[in-house]
Design a protein around this ligand. Structure first.
Ligand SMILES: [Zn+2]
Length: 167
């Protein structure tokens, strides 16, 4: 059996070629031209063999598929890293800094929710007390943290939007 079809120019990194008949871009190692059906390789086996030989020549070609006409897009290059805090600062938007206190506020609300279940009144009162204590404690902690992070830089103006675009 003739092995002439085994020849493949491994030095050429091109993934797609212009079809010799229609001139349109098609997968280099596809058996037929995608556009006009022109037979690029004598048979499927020869095309696959040529593709394999070409691909193994260079590790950078490992992600190229036999039917690709363009090199695959590097996934790493597609990841956009956005510093939202910096972006918000540019736009004058106030992003609240991360805080643990809101979780404790929710714990308080959880106990208050339990207190709403019609069970033994003494247990309900106990749960309500726990919930209220947690809730108030967490709100107080949160407010204190806010005061700490944003010291009053303009004591005269305590109007609405206290943490305005002055930052
Ligand atoms: Zn063609």
């Amino acid at each position: 059996m003739a092995q002439a079809a085994d020849y493949v120019d491994t030095g050429n990194p091109a993934v797609g070629i212009d079809c010799p008949r229609c001139g349109l871009l098609t997968a280099r190692f596809g058996w037929f031209c995608r556009n006009c059906g022109f037979r690029l390789w004598p048979n499927a086996k020869a095309a696959a063999r040529a593709y394999r030989t070409w691909r193994l020549t260079d590790p950078a070609r490992s992600r190229v598929h036999q039917w690709d006409d363009l090199p695959p897009i590097d996934e790493g290059a597609q990841i956009l890293v956005v510093d939202f805090e910096e972006r918000a600062h540019e736009l004058g938007i106030h992003i609240f800094p991360p805080s643990r206190w809101p979780f404790l506020v929710c714990v308080g609300l959880l106990f208050l929710g339990f207190a709403a279940i019609p069970i033994n009144p003494i247990v309900r009162i106990l749960l309500a007390v726990i919930g209220i204590v947690f809730f108030l404690f967490a709100i107080a902690g949160w407010m204190q943290e806010d005061v700490k992070i944003f010291p009053a830089d303009d004591p005269g103006d305590g109007g609405p939007g206290g943490h305005g675009p002055a930052h």
